[in-house]
Design a protein around this ligand. Structure first.
Ligand code: 5AD
Length: 343
């Protein structure tokens, strides 16, 4: 869509509820025109909370010493995959910290087993890995890769996401590489990070378009006790990490990337329960990611407090019934990005 930087900035700065609702309405219509009423469900499996990084915002960083660490076995993950097939979701999302205990071959073997036994589409969300691994895992069957750039403000990014030893973090380089290899490419940002400005948020949205993303994950920053950023008073919080502000970014992401797959994220639901989730779906989002991680591990994947998992059954009704209730339908098939298919 032809929307200018100035227009994006105007929507971000708008303060009248009427104007904001107008943005939501436009985004909802664009969502309907380009990707329809289907909501694709992705079964999320948080299979390891080991992480070598020290991201200042995240509750499972290497220095978060008061959590227990776990890494699921191949068999446990396969069990989740079967569960996802039974629920008739088309995709499994494998998410973890940046766990160097997971080597190339471990993942390759796992991917082959999942593809052989289930045929599910598989999305990886495992942090920054090498070019060779990206290629090998794609060849082993991984279809999609999620790696948020978190913020386009480079100085802020470097502050909240310290390099790992002498390995310089280059997420944009990785996203480019994924595209070349043939992955469906997903990225995104947090909204309301301390030190982030409104101008930064506008730049993030411009970046979604520049990267021509197939998937865009947007969530409010949620302060996580015990992390360095939680106690850092040197960075001023200018942009609110609110449901409203995150939803505006979701809506604008829909306008700049009308064909992409955009989830109503866990962070939205964490701030405002079912309402947050519905709000995301009604301002441009078309994806939900129910959490399939076995109950005994869930608490340990504590990237921020009170993380609200979306379950298949809530208040006694299934997600597909729930979706119908809000005027949408459960997507069928893998829910590939039409953006990628057409490219
Ligand atoms: N608040 C909101 N989102 C967070 N993430 C990590 N920590 C937080 C937090 N405190 C998000 C990051 C990461 C994704 C997996 O979770 O954007 O990419």
């Amino acid at each position: 869509m032809d929307i200018s930087r100035t227009e994006i900035a105007d929507w971000i700065h708008a303060d009248s509820p009427e104007i904001i609702n107008e943005l939501y309405r436009i985004a909802d219509r664009v969502r309907y025109e380009f990707v329809g009423d289907e909501v694709h469900l992705r079964g999320l499996v948080e299979f390891s909370n080991y992480c070598a990084r020290d991201c200042q915002y995240c509750g499972i960083g290497v220095n978060c010493s008061d959590i227990s660490r776990y890494r699921m076995s191949h068999d446990e993950i396969l069990e989740c995959a079967r569960n996802i097939v039974e629920l008739k979701y088309g995709t499994m999302v494998l998410q973890s910290g940046e766990d160097w205990g997971i080597d190339t071959e471990w993942m390759t073997t796992l991917l082959k087993r999942i593809k052989d036994e289930t045929g599910l589409a598989v999305t990886l969300s495992v942090g920054e890995r090498t070019d060779d691994e990206l290629l090998e895992w794609f060849e082993a069957g991984a279809d999609r890769f999620l790696l948020r750039f978190e913020t386009t403000n480079q100085a802020l990014y470097e502050k909240i996401h310290p390099n790992l030893g002498d390995k310089v973090s280059n997420r944009f380089g990785m996203l480019k590489r994924m595209r070349e290899i043939g992955y469906e490419v997903g990225s995104g940002a947090m909204v309301g990070i301390p030190g982030q400005t409104y101008n930064d948020v506008v730049n993030d949205i411009m970046m979604f378009r520049e990267l021509d993303l197939d998937m865009i994950g947007i969530g409010p920053y949620i302060p996580s006790p015990g992390t360095p950023l939680y106690d850092d008073v040197s960075l001023q919080r200018v942009v609110p990490g609110s449901v409203d502000m995150a939803c505006r970014v979701v809506a604008l992401a829909r306008l700049v990337c009308p064909k992409s797959n955009i989830p109503s994220t866990t962070a939205l639901a964490t701030l405002n329960g079912v309402d947050g989730r519905i709000q995301g779906l009604s301002c441009g989002a078309n994806i939900l990611m129910p959490n399939i991680t076995p109950a005994k591990y869930r608490e340990m994947y504590s990237i921020y407090p009170s993380k609200t998992a979306l379950n298949e059954k809530e208040s006694g009704i299934s997600l597909s019934e729930w979706l119908e209730f809000i005027g949408r339908i459960q997507g069928s098939g893998r829910g590939d990005s039409i953006n990628k298919v057409e490219r």
